[in-house]
Design a protein around this ligand. Structure first.
Ligand code: RNT
Ligand code: ZN
Length: 419
């Protein structure tokens, strides 16, 4: 370790101690927090099924080369990204990344064997999603809310199987696998019968989620429902709205996913955690960055991200609320995107752990709102970088221009020469 880094870290510890923050304890806590990387950013949410030309229900723009074309390439790219992040990593899978050529509604845990064995070998945990999109069985953008029973049944079967797959993955890796449900279903223009669509969705969920997990199964899987405000081609109406899922999850003892890009741009998603968490069975985040809309830009250090992580710290939600990332941008290197998003998330988590939360909350309880605001401002000038640099150096992780060099090397020596 560089002497300067070590010295700056020792000085920083003293400064934080004055604010009642134990830096070493924060670094210990940091190790326990897991972040699930969205595998789907590595190939623009295409999957490995060779379905021919099918419409995509996830808008990914840009023509950057080197998208991963198979499991080995995708896993290699993920490992490269992880090598530049100090987080404890999970990988979030979609069913379109099955590797044995079976149809999407006829998958078992064995279709994900390569992923599971790799995760075991590397010490990662996995999360799962059924891809209810980008497939010939989609009916004009609809899956479980299609007016065709054949289409609905196709996807309901996929949803039922996803829970068996998740439990099996969780069991093998000895950890809870979050099984996310997101359906693009909705209408471009104003529906004449919202109620009917919602009945279709309720009926589909009732069937998919009919099996109640045993106590043992619920250690290894948690079903979470991801709502959305609007999408491209569902501007007027999304069947699976947040209200629908929060109500459905609360009533049926299920979990909810909050994607930070899926709300009105002025809504504060951090505010929703304490409002929802006590009443549902599991909460997952899809940390994203919307510009004007659900644009899924790469996550960077901004107020939204920091506010979310501060909320997780302040409410003691770390380890209780699952953190997943969800962004994709094909106009830049996908590996750079992952690294930028992972490191931004890591910084926001670490900064939240170094927040003088006890002081802030004491000031609040004593109704000293002046002090509360002053301390919130002041903490922005605490020596965070000294702790961040120490964390990276102690793990041998490159930063700055060295990191950039490594990513360029990877692109040149690995990605660009793939046959
Ligand atoms: C789409 C949702 C969903 C997807 C992934 C691919 O709006 O955010 O989570 O991004 O399932
Ligand atoms: Zn999402």
């Amino acid at each position: 370790m560089n002497e300067k880094t070590k010295r700056a870290y020792e000085e920083a510890k003293k400064v934080y101690a004055e604010y009642g923050v134990d830096v070493e304890a924060a670094l210990e806590k940091f190790k326990t927090i897991q972040v699930s990387l969205q595998c789907w950013a590595g190939d623009d949410v295409k999957g490995f099924e060779n379905l021919g030309p099918v419409a995509s229900e996830n808008v990914v723009t840009g023509g950057y080369p080197y998208a991963a074309r198979n499991g080995d390439e995708l896993r290699e790219d993920i490992e490269e990204a992880f090598s530049l992040s100090p987080l404890t990593h999970r990988v979030n899978l979609h069913s379109m990344y099955a590797e044995h050529g079976h149809p999407r509604n006829d998958l078992t845990v064995e279709d994900f064997r390569e992923w599971i064995d790799w995760a075991k070998a590397k010490g990662y945990k996995l999360d799962f999603n059924t891809s209810f999109f980008t497939h010939p069985m989609m009916d004009k953008g609809n899956s479980v809310c299609s007016f065709s029973k054949e289409v609905r049944d196709y996807w309901i079967k996929a949803g039922i199987d996803s829970r068996k797959i998740s439990v099996a993955i969780g069991r093998e890796l000895g950890d809870k696998c979050y099984n996310n449900f997101w359906f693009p279903d909705g209408t471009k223009d104003i529906p004449a019968n919202r109620k009917y669509y919602r009945e279709l969705l309720k009926d589909a969920l009732d069937q998919m989620l009919a099996h109640k997990y045993t106590e043992e199964e619920s250690k290894y899987a948690c079903d979470v429902l991801e709502g959305k405000w609007f999408g491209i081609s569902t501007e007027a109406f999304v069947v699976g709205s947040h209200d629908f899922y929060i109500a459905y999850a609360a009533k049926n003892n299920l979990g909810v996913t909050l994607d930070t890009g899926h709300f009105r741009p002025t809504e504060d998603v951090a505010d929703k955690i304490s409002a929802i968490y006590p009443f549902v069975n599991g909460l997952m985040l899809h940390v994203s960055r919307g510009i004007h809309w659900d644009s899924d830009h790469v996550v960077i250090e901004d107020d939204g991200l920091q506010g979310m992580m501060n909320e997780l710290k302040r409410g003691d939600y770390y380890g209780k609320v699952a953190i997943g990332l969800d962004f994709f941008d094909a106009s830049i290197s996908r590996v750079y995107g992952w690294v930028i998003g992972l490191r931004a998330t890591a910084k926001a988590i670490l900064k939240s752990l170094l927040e003088p939360t006890a002081m802030l909350q004491k000031a609040e309880l004593e109704e000293d709102k002046s002090q509360r605001l002053l301390l919130m401002e002041e903490q922005n000038n605490l020596p965070f970088n000294a702790v961040w640099n120490y964390l990276l150096e102690s793990k041998g992780i490159k930063s700055g221009l060295e990191m950039e060099k490594e990513l360029k090397r990877y692109e040149r020596e690995v990605q660009s020469v793939r046959k």
